[in-house]
Design a protein around this ligand. Sequence first.
Ligand code: GUN
Ligand code: FE
Length: 464
Amino acid sequence: MAIMDPDTMTGFKAFHGPIIHSLSPSKLEVIPLALIVVDGDGRIVSFTKNVDATGIPGILATLGTSEQNVRIQHLETGEFLIPGFVDTHNHAPQWAQRGLGQGMHILDWLDAVTFPNEARFRDPDYARSIYANCVDGFLRQGITMASYYGSLHGEATKILADLCLEKGQRAFVGKCNMSRNSPDFYRDASIGESLQVTEDCISHIRKIDPAGNLVKHVLTPRFAISCDPEVLQGLGEIAKRNPDLPIQTHFNEAEQEMQATMGLFPQFSNEVDLYEHFGLLGERSILAHCCHMTEYEMQRLKELRCGVAHCPISNMTVGGGFMAAPIRDFLRRGIKVGLGTDSGGGFSSSILDAMRQAIIASNAREMLSAGKDKGLTIPEVFYLATLGGAEVCCLGHEIGNFSQGKSFDALVIGTRGEDEGVMTMVDERDTLPIVFEKFIMTGDDRNILQVFVRGRLVRQQSGR
Ligand code: GUN
Ligand code: FE
């Protein structure tokens, strides 16, 4: 349930309490008591560390205001503030099929499970009901920014963008381009129509959110297998004409997919050269999976400044790769990496689950690399879920952690609930870093008490 906060759009509001956020992959900042002041536009205008209640009036005075005029939320015992989670890869129309087809290879899974399901989004009423539930569901998980693949349908994709804006979720929303190698009942009618519907969705989203404050269209060739070369070419041209638009696709996900891709494009020997040829690789490209990477491809991704959407759950359950991406190697090289739920191939819509699976998958890679690629740490997976994801989406200047000038996209986490499942193991002897570690490894959406995007309260746990 989305909740409008009447106070957010006027004047300042402030948050006083413990704050935990990332400064870099290995640098987690834990501040026992801080004050964040947010203006009516949802921007952080002041961020002061180590300030007790007596210091608040002075800080507000420097902003030309006082405690009488600012709604100050003092966090309660066991609560702390973290940045909102960024989901760099998910499929909104797969909301209703999450978890189905575990263990199937990618092309078989698409044919048997996914295409029949996504085809249902030709019906706008069906799209509206599933998408409303989907956006609420991801907000409930603390996902304040999501990069969504839509279905191929223009109408449904516009509905998804409308819902994100209405419910206040920051989002990239993409009409999915797929003009070949899919069944008659679920394929773009023609190359021309594939591109025309994309242009139409771009115009719609520019109309509903002209500055792209919350919602942007993302160019979304599903993957090269499902796109005629002319579609890839056309999308590359649209990308050139619209330098502000992000681009997303699936990349080196599984052997079956890579072999089929090379069979369709024999003039290329790898996917980097293929997508680059069509003008689809650069700083604004979000490449899902990247499980199987050669030295050359990793070097090129770094040079081209592409981002990787790491989806460790689906990598180990659907697709046939059954091997997650070499994240330690990516981080070592300075390649941008974030986390994706990839739900529905991924069975969970929780970024906390994705963080845990990223740790598990990286531990397997540590063993396979004979100790060379060390497993990921808690600060590192938290970085991937927040600032890393923001960088992948080219939003690092705007979200991902707290600093003056950034947007206030944040979660209030609670660890002392009455509910039996909510952190019953936390007690007063636990230091803040320990409480945080317990939340990351055992918490769930019941610990996510409030969700803010651009300063607006977009979800609040019932009973609060
Ligand atoms: N490759 C092309 N489409 C998809 C999809 O929907 N999910 C996954 N995991 N891989 C894909
Ligand atoms: Fe995917």
